[in-house]
Design a protein around this ligand. Structure first.
Ligand SMILES: Nc1ncnc2c1ncn2[C@@H]1O[C@H](COP(=O)(O)OP(=O)(O)OP(=O)(O)O)[C@@H](O)[C@H]1O
Ligand SMILES: [Mg+2]
Length: 346
């Protein structure tokens, strides 16, 4: 069995604001095994980037991990200082391709010099070897090798995003966190970059946390995944577990909103209704208001992690997880007789 490279154990993350705190992540637990590519999907605002940022100490200044443990290679990192994150986690061990490329590159330094500095600090690569590696990665992301000596501002937004992807791969980190890495790029470039990322496993021991709205990217590239809803993890397991045997209502509705899950529309399906504002204590299932199967217990406590078919690696956070297989089958039968799955069980 592979050891986990990253573990979230009952993690709560909040943002302080002038009014009530935003409880962005509540009781989140999941694990990424060494060598696995792990997909994290969920609607806008459900807490995906917050999770990504917390792993490298990159939460906004008003954000804080208030409870739970985040472990990287077995070490608790949730209380690390800025310098501990820099020394032990960022870049060499974990690199991030952020959702927005703004401000991730040093604006006053040529890209070639940024690469040389990085190599000097973290590796024993010589200057020519570092530049060669940067040229090679520029080629992968479709940037002309001759432009390694440019400043970031000489690049367009899409080119900057590609340069950041090149930098994220530069030090061959153990974990790459890719937060919507290719959303801003055209489809051919997306495919080229994802193909390359997919092939990295052959070159070094790398794991990935891939955050995306694009379910097909998760199918094509990931081993395991988690589905999030309203600041809670709804379900986690292997990609096959979650899509062939979903037990959380949100995962079930997502699956059935696609004509064929193996060849879905690229974007996450839209489910009726909205997640709640997370300002008060989140001691309820955040999907309850949208769920065809909700019962009073769903609003009387945070949902428990329930192993599916006795498998501790396939978990659904639903009080009715044990009944869901049957309930969903009945519901789907009835709703194909009426109009749509999403209207069927309200
Ligand atoms: N600095 C902040 N201060 C207050 N609230 C914040 C802050 N950053 C994020 N939030 C809130 O935290 C919640 C989770 O945001 P997050 O950016 O993690 O969502 P996401 O899943 O990455 O969404 P998207 O798919 O749109 O990128 C949202 O309600 C968001 O408004
Ligand atoms: Mg985000």
């Amino acid at each position: 069995m592979a050891e986990p490279i990253l573990e979230f154990d009952d993690v709560d993350i909040r943002y302080r604001t002038d009014g009530d705190d935003v409880r962005a992540v509540n009781g989140a637990s999941f694990a990424i095994d060494e060598g696995d590519y792990f997909g994290l999907v969920g609607e806008s605002g459900c807490g995906k980037s917050t999770i990504a940022d917390s792993i490298v100490g990159g939460l906004d200044d008003n954000g804080e991990v208030v409870s739970g443990e985040i472990r990287f290679k077995g070490e608790q990192i949730q209380d690390y200082s800025e310098s501990e994150f820099n020394e032990n986690v960022r870049w060499k061990e974990v690199s991030v391709i952020p959702q927005s490329s703004m401000n991730s590159l040093d604006p006053v330094m040529k890209l070639s010099e940024q690469a040389v500095e990085m190599a000097k600090y973290h590796t024993d690569l010589s200057r020519p070897a570092a530049l060669d590696r940067l040229r090679e990665l520029f080629d992968v992301v479709g940037l002309s090798e001759s432009r390694i000596s440019d400043y970031p501002h000489q690049f367009s937004g899409g080119m900057q995003q590609r340069a950041i992807i090149a930098f994220a791969l530069f030090l061959q980190p153990s974990l790459i966190i890719a937060d919507e890495p290719t959303t801003a790029l055209d489809v051919i470039m997306q495919d080229q970059i994802m193909d390359y990322i997919n092939g990295l496993k052959d070159d070094w021991d790398v794991s990935m946390l891939l955050i995306t709205h694009d379910i097909s990217l998760v199918f094509e590239n990931c081993d395991s995944m988690a589905v999030m809803h309203g600041g809670q993890i709804a379900e986690t397991g292997t990609v096959d577990d979650v899509f062939d045997r979903p037990r959380h209502p949100y995962a079930i509705l997502l699956q059935n909103a696609f004509p064929d899950v193996r060849f879905p529309d690229r974007e996450l399906a839209v489910i009726d209704g909205h997640p709640p504002q997370l300002r008060d204590e989140v001691d309820f299932c955040t999907f309850a208001d949208r769920c065809p199967w909700a019962e009073p217990a769903c609003r009387e406590g945070a949902p428990p992690a329930t192993p599916v078919a006795g498998d501790d690696d396939h978990l659904a956070w639903c009080v009715r997880a044990g009944e869901m297989s049957e309930l969903a089958a009945n519901h789907l039968e009835r709703s194909t007789e009426s109009t749509s799955i999403l209207e069927g069980g309200q």
